[in-house]
Design a protein around this ligand. Structure first.
Ligand code: URA
Ligand code: URA
Length: 208
């Protein structure tokens, strides 16, 4: 007897979606670094396989670790408001991933060995997505993706690239929640992203 046909995953006909699903399946049981011991869920990343813009954060927090989804806690709610308010985009229009796929205990920054173990997965995500722009949210994302130790003040507002893809560096939304005085600068950074994508400015927009 023939086995029953596997249920088609949404977008299964899209080769990028298929390749991302295969990579996700590879990453979910990952034990390459010590973060696997305390995680509840691997947070692979999510969004449109046809996204024009890829947002990269640091690592999952508590809510992300519980749900397996990136940026769904308080910082993620601000990111959603920035997307809608400053870009006219929904979260489902973009792709959202992190440097590290597992939550560091107590939300400490990921350590060098943990980043080194996980970064190849993000590089493969970028290769599959080939977005038109990458937005690094905060220092950890920017420094590790770009392989630099330059401080945020040197990275923001500059024409940067990763694998030939333009990169815009902006503040992490969790940092904006602690210090809203930087929201104006985030707005300037997002305007750079809109220009790169050839997107119209959102009239009267504010970055959350
Ligand atoms: N902060 C991050 O950097 N990534 C998330 O997914 C959530 C919070
Ligand atoms: N430190 C970070 O890592 N990111 C920010 O956005 C601000 C301070």
């Amino acid at each position: 007897m023939l086995p029953p046909a596997a249920a088609a995953a949404p977008g299964a006909e899209d080769p990028t979606a298929q390749a991302l699903a295969a990579l996700r399946a590879e990453v979910l049981p990952c034990t390459r670094c010590k973060l696997h011991r305390e995680r509840n869920q691997v947070v692979f990343g999510e969004g449109s396989p046809n996204a024009e813009v890829l947002f990269i954060g640091e690592a999952p927090g508590a809510v992300e670790d519980q749900t397996g989804r990136p940026f769904v806690g308080p910082a993620g709610q601000l990111l959603d408001r920035i997307l809608v308010g400053a870009m006219g985009l929904q979260r489902s229009d973009v792709y959202i991933a992190n440097i590290n796929k597992c939550r560091p205990p107590g939300n400490r920054a990921p350590e060098a060995d943990e980043v080194a173990a996980c970064l190849p997965y993000l590089r493969r995500q970028v290769d599959l997505l080939r977005p038109r722009a990458i937005v690094c949210l905060g220092r950890t994302a920017a420094q590790n993706l770009l392989g630099t130790t330059e401080p945020m003040r040197n990275l923001r507002g500059r024409d940067l690239a990763y694998a030939g893809i333009p990169v815009v560096v902006t503040w992490h939304p969790a940092y904006l929640l602690r210090d809203p005085s930087h929201k104006r600068e985030t707005w300037e950074d997002i305007k750079r992203v809109n220009r790169l994508l050839g997107r119209p400015e959102v009239p009267g927009a504010t970055p959350g």
